[in-house]
Design a protein around this ligand. Structure first.
Ligand code: S3P
Length: 428
């Protein structure tokens, strides 16, 4: 347990950069390992989740050198991984376990994946079921739905799969399996989830095509080592965007943020609520769009959120619920049932925490209804071991009328190890 307290702020001001994008960092380690030759990654997020991915590949024979600025990966080609001699521990990282399940299903060796107490509760059938249609042999607890998972690598065959959930983890797991499967692997999804895998597969020379509503991967192409620059994580920037919007007297410049359209739901939602967010100096880094974000305090209004924007903002709902609690009127969030199976049940966790802070919030099956209040109260909040719940409640503390203490903030290191340092830098 590592409690942390935030006091009410008079403003959030200055200029910051947030660490590298977590999703892109995972994929750069994975594809760099599977490519022939050297891959260099600048701006890599060195959070615990990405280190779980890095250690997994090291345990399969991949050599890497990290000088603190650049991670160099000595890739061994698509067929260069070796059988790990021990269980692979994916820690808290859903992306690590779900993506590498697809990859390991296609190797000619045996492997076992596990994770921490939270990850071992999360559903895995969403990837294991389509992988089994490709011929994968994977056993898990709870009838094959929970880690630990035991994988007996096989020759796989391509399938055409319509995923019932819009999930980049499901899509990417099947895409990785598809690099090895006979023929083509087609994944369709009900609405577009983040497309970092598609972009990075292309960058490394894989045979991949985006089609309306999905993606097709064909096996056969070797991947070639590349130079990658990882943009700042919009999901980390989101906490500071909301902070600057809800604390009066704020003006904050967040430099070098990834603004891939499959991730900018947070900007669309907060702008629709009346937030002032300007995109400056739009540019491109390693096939990903990037911009600086200028955010000024704004009077926010409640809105209705649902449909296709939800997967484009899926990790931001905890902090969006904080913005909604500080807005005028009612915000309704629908179509966000996926929040119940994240690092914790984020609907239940935010409803409970915002109520502790005097917020007016009702849980629904697939979202929440939030009535804005004049001002949140100081309170003792509970992270439930979830980094985004911890950071969201600390942001709430900046705009509250008294201090907010979050009981357990160690989890923040999974995605944003420098969060509290940056908060102390910009909160006046
Ligand atoms: C991620 C996909 C999303 C997201 C997670 C990272 C990824 O999960 O919530 O934080 O890197 O592919 P789902 O695919 O389960 O929606």
């Amino acid at each position: 347990m590592k409690p942390y307290t935030v006091k009410p702020a008079q403003g959030v001001r200055g200029e910051i950069s947030v660490p590298g994008d977590k999703s892109i960092s995972h994929r750069s380690i994975m594809l760099g390992s599977l490519a022939r030759g050297t891959t260099t990654v600048r701006g890599l997020l060195r959070g615990e989740d990405n280190m779980s991915t890095l250690k997994a590949f090291q345990s399969m024979g991949i050599e890497t050198v990290d000088d603190g600025e650049t991670l160099t990966i000595h890739g061994k080609g698509l067929h260069g991984l070796t059988e790990p001699t021990d269980v692979i521990d994916c820690g808290n990282s859903g992306t690590t376990i779900r993506l590498i399940s697809g990859l390991l299903a296609a190797q000619n060796f045996f492997s076992v994946l596990t994770g921490d107490q939270y990850l071992r509760k999360r559903p895995m059938k969403r990837v294991l079921q389509p992988l089994s249609l490709m011929g994968a042999i994977i056993h898990g607890r709870a009838g094959g739905d929970k880690a630990p998972l035991a994988i007996v690598g096989q020759k796989l065959k391509g399938i055409s799969y319509a995923s019932p959930v819009a999930s980049a983890q499901v899509k990417s797991s099947l895409m990785l399996a598809g690099l090895y499967a006979d023929g083509e692997t087609r994944v369709m999804e009900p609405s577009v989830s983040r497309d970092h895998s598609e972009r990075m597969f292309r960058h490394f020379g894989a045979d991949v095509a985006s089609i309306p509503g999905g993606v097709v991967v064909r096996s056969g192409n070797e991947l070639e080592g590349r130079e990658i620059v990882v943009p700042g994580d919009i999901s980390s920037a989101a906490f500071f965007i909301v902070a600057a919007l809800i604390v009066p007297g704020s003006e904050l410049l967040i430099k070098g943020v990834g603004v891939n359209p499959t991730r900018t739901g947070i900007i669309d939602i907060l702008t629709a609520m009346g937030g002032s967010i300007e995109l400056l100096d739009c540019r491109e880094l390693s096939g990903e769009p990037v911009a600086d974000l200028l955010v000024r305090s704004s009077i926010l209004k409640g809105i209705e959120i649902g449909g296709d924007v939800v997967p484009r903002a899926i990790d931001e709902f905890p902090v969006i619920s904080v913005a909604a609690a500080c807005a005028q009127g009612r915000t309704t969030i629908r179509d966000a049932r996926e929040l119940r199976v994240k690092e914790t049940d984020r609907i239940a966790a935010m409803a409970a925490n915002l109520r502790l802070a005097g917020g007016c919030i009702e849980e629904t099956d697939d979202g929440m209804v939030i009535e804005g209040v004049e001002r949140l109260n100081g309170c003792a909040a509970e992270s439930r071991g979830d980094h985004r719940i911890a950071m969201s409640m600390l942001i709430a503390g900046l705009a509250a009328n008294g201090p907010v203490t979050v009981d357990d903030t160690e989890c923040i290191a999974t995605s944003f190890p420098t969060f509290t340092a940056l908060l102390e830098k910009v909160a006046c």
